[in-house]
Design a protein around this ligand. Sequence first.
Ligand code: UAG
Ligand code: ATP
Length: 497
Amino acid sequence: MNNNCLKFLLLPWIKNLPSKKFLNLTIDSRTLTEGDVFIAIPGKKQDGRHFISEAINKKVAAILYETDEIEIHGTFKYINNILLIYFFQLSNNLSILASRFYQEPGKKLKIVGITGTNGKTTVTQLINQWTKILGDNTATMGTLGNGFYNSLCKTQNTTSGPIFIQSFLNEVLEKQIQVVTMEVSSHGLIQNRVKAVPFYIGIFTNLTQDHLDYHGNMRKYEEAKWLLFSTHKVKKIILNADDEYGKKWLKKLFNCYTIAITIQDSTQKQYSTKWINATDIKFYNNYIHIKFESSWGKGTLLSCLIGRFNVINLLLSFACLLELNYNLSDLIGTSSHIIPIDGRMQIFTTPNKPIFIIDYAHTPDALNQTLKEIKLHYQKYIWCIFGCGGERDRRKRSMMGSIAEKIADKVIITNDNPRNEKEINIINDILKGCKKKKKILIIKNRKDAISYAFFQSKYDHIIFIAGKGHEEQQIIGNKIIKFSDKKIVLHLLEKKI
Ligand SMILES: CC(=O)N[C@H]1[C@@H](OP(=O)(O)OP(=O)(O)OC[C@H]2O[C@@H](n3ccc(=O)[nH]c3=O)[C@H](O)[C@@H]2O)O[C@H](CO)[C@@H](O)[C@@H]1O[C@H](C)C(=O)N[C@@H](C)C(=O)N[C@H](CCC(=O)O)C(=O)O
Ligand SMILES: Nc1ncnc2c1ncn2[C@@H]1O[C@H](COP(=O)(O)OP(=O)(O)OP(=O)(O)O)[C@@H](O)[C@H]1O
């Protein structure tokens, strides 16, 4: 069911419009079909308003046209018999508009929004997987795609555009699924992609340096993330209270319903409504043993995920499921069935060959934490293969160089989506953080870098490949080349794909 009469759809903003039926709200002139309403808004690279003649040729029902002049808001005219309506701050209101079009599907769902620099995908997928193990279906939106367990459609963005989000929520409702987990990026928050999403639970993983190309500085990046909790009426907020920002926000949220998750600083629980604290974590070769105390009771979780940060991810997901009314003992009984998330600390082995670990670490904090955890877990010789993305935050490059050199035994700097930047410039930025350079090799071609490490390493070495995780492409210039770390590794280990 759609609210497909333009007059009624726009009533909160504009009165006295002619009654006009339409098919869909469409933001891109390339995907317009006859009878749609074309949303013409400016963007970062292009301006949708330059495409109205294409929309007119495609016989749209109407054009909603963003204007900066409040005085002409709500006025309209006809071009070739097609209605063009001026709308002040249209982009900012698009989420609300789309939600009204689909008759506010979010209000009938339980939506969990996950934000933070690292761990969004992991937590989102853990919740999705865990509910599946317990016999339920949840929908999910994020970096790995939008959809349902084991059936995700790849998308360009971590947080999709506002119209797509609402149409997806509508589809979820039609499938009679009740819970949706959604990764909420800082870009998504700033650009109001989720403005009309009524989050039932908000989860915060952590905040460390990333995306400064977009936000400019850490203060602005923090402000963007904080938008999820300050401007959305999130009913329950689950925070990693070991994180510096998590601690700060927990105190700021003192009159909200909060759940503090800690594996270090259990004193934080005094500031929250409910809490979970890991009291003892033991790392074994193939699994982690997590003893916890909580507002729900005590227990032990077993998990085959690697790394201390994954304990936090697991506990954030655990808290979310408890708040969704899953039973404590059912969750304890099933935690060991959870498998690693695609491209996140994924291990690939065959006897008498080095162990490969593929991970998506592409921030200084993620690289630091993953390398430290691998060192602790295996206590073996570590190769680290990584690069940094072109046309993205340059300031993190030297930091990542310094971290890799400090922790790994051998480092190969390679390509990771150089885009339109010169590969050597990115590598030189990374090298600025390396002091002695004795351990460092440069092999631009990523496949050659992985093969080199494999053939030069010993059977008891670890080869850690960071930064591309689940990705299946390498972006060089404007070309998108098929590329998968996983396929190369499986080929080297002579395993079938
Ligand atoms: C810089 C940025 O964030 N851009 C996002 C923004 O696009 P935009 O509005 O600026 O698009 P544009 O290309 O300038 O086009 C402007 C308008 O003209 C229209 N147009 C354009 C061409 C045409 O032929 N016809 C036409 O109608 C477009 O549909 C659009 O409405 O809005 C789009 C819809 O929501 C996003 O897909 C797009 O993400 C781009 C692809 C992107 O790379 N974004 C990154 C930075 C991002 O958002 N990343 C975060 C994840 C970060 C993380 O790792 O955590 C994310 O959530 O994905
Ligand atoms: N809680 C965490 N703290 C720090 N690092 C983490 C945490 N969880 C995951 N990581 C690291 O960050 C990488 C990315 O994890 P994940 O994909 O879950 O994060 P994300 O927030 O979705 O990232 P992106 O927004 O870039 O898609 C992992 O591969 C791992 O190296």
